[in-house]
Design a protein around this ligand. Structure first.
Ligand code: FMN
Length: 144
């Protein structure tokens, strides 16, 4: 079985705290069932998500995501072979970022205004890993 990972970003559509909780609980359950791991970051009206899993399962999830009205303008930034899982402990970690992320995004050249379209696929992956990966807490970021 071939495993892949993907990174996409999208614009949130009127997502409330309750929606985020729903996304988190449905995702944790579905992803666990399909051995999909990853993390979802919500920041400045954008979602950025990394997902790891079998090629077939990721494809199905991507087509579901494309149809989900809670976000739009979905841009797939990376789809590649997965050498090893980096979010292995999580079926879905959800992190809501606020102003504490400003120093981090300054490192990507942004003056307070985040714009994933300006970031390489590698940078997007790193961003999610930093705030929602296994070392997120040491980096000063916590899960919602
Ligand atoms: C930003 C965002 C991220 C999501 N991430 C996942 C995910 O990681 N796994 C998942 O199963 N569903 C995720 N969803 C929900 C799916 O779009 C879809 O609603 C769900 O997979 C359908 O599940 P169901 O067929 O069990 O109803 C996400 C939705 C949004 C808006």
């Amino acid at each position: 079985m071939q495993t892949n990972f993907m990174v996409y970003y999208s614009k949130m559509n009127n997502v409330h705290a309750g929606d985020l909780r729903d996304i988190s609980s449905v995702s944790s359950k579905n992803n666990r069932e399909h051995d999909i791991t990853g993390a979802l970051v919500q920041y400045q009206g954008y979602f950025v998500q990394v997902l790891e899993g079998s090629r077939a399962d990721l494809s199905i999830l991507l087509s579901n995501l494309m149809r989900d009205p809670r976000h739009s303008q979905i841009i797939l930034a990376v789809w590649d072979d997965l050498e090893e899982r980096h979010f292995g402990e999580w079926s879905m970690e959800v992190v809501q970022l606020g102003r504490e992320a400003e120093p981090l995004i300054a490192g990507y050249g942004f003056d307070r205004l985040f714009d994933p379209a300006q970031m390489s696929g590698r940078e997007l992956w790193e961003f999610v890993y930093t705030v929602a990966g296994p070392e997120a807490q040491e980096n000063g970021f916590v899960a919602a």
